[in-house]
Ligand binder design. Structure first.
Ligand code: SLL
Length: 167
């Protein structure tokens, strides 16, 4: 459908990762995990709001491109929660592509997230460590690296506009 001129609508988005070292007392290494893997981690895309019209209504699928050392390194998630949990030993850049619903006619959005497994300074548990990663206060064995951003839809088409404003 037709694009609406001079309108842009933005939607907040969170993306990032959590990681738990297998050395933490409550995280036993599952038996099938390779010897050299040190962490379990989850990379995610989520909606920071409690919107009645959640971000997932706008998304067709999310692709996560993981490091080539990981089996099936291109992962596609077609319904929420948009996340991947894996085990491994190293940090690397994850390419996240968000594909919007067909009706929107929007190009996919690419986000880059550097997977963080090691906090910069784990002696200072409760503070923000390097702007990027911190220890989860309610679960001190968990490292969190999260980015807040806003997706801006410029001149959405009429049908997508209706979905964006929840009509
Ligand atoms: C590094 N440049 O050397 C980075 C690469 C790759 C991490 C890190 C493998 C997991 C698996 C894994 O953790 N790769 O084999 O399933 O630090």
């Amino acid at each position: 459908s037709k694009r609406i001129k001079n309108i842009s609508i933005s939607r907040p988005i969170l993306y990032g990762n959590t990681a738990i070292p297998f050395t933490s007392l409550d995280t036993k290494k599952p038996p099938n995990v390779p010897e050299n893997h040190t962490h379990q981690w989850t990379v995610f895309v989520s909606d920071p709001t409690k919107n009645l019209n959640p971000l997932s209504n706008l998304i067709k699928k999310v692709q996560f491109k993981l490091h080539e050392t990981i089996p099936n390194s291109l992962r596609t998630i077609e319904s929420p929660p948009f996340q991947i949990t894996e085990t491994g030993w190293g940090e690397f850049e994850i390419i996240i592509k968000i594909f919007f619903i067909q009706d929107s006619n929007e190009k996919y959005l690419t986000l880059y997230h550097h997977l963080i497994l090691h906090p910069y300074d784990n002696s200072n548990l409760n503070s923000l460590i390097n702007n990027k990663s911190f220890i989860n206060k309610s679960n001190p064995s968990e490292i969190v690296s999260v980015n807040y951003d806003e997706i801006i839809f410029n001149e959405p088409n009429e049908s997508f506009f209706k979905i964006l404003v929840n009509q």
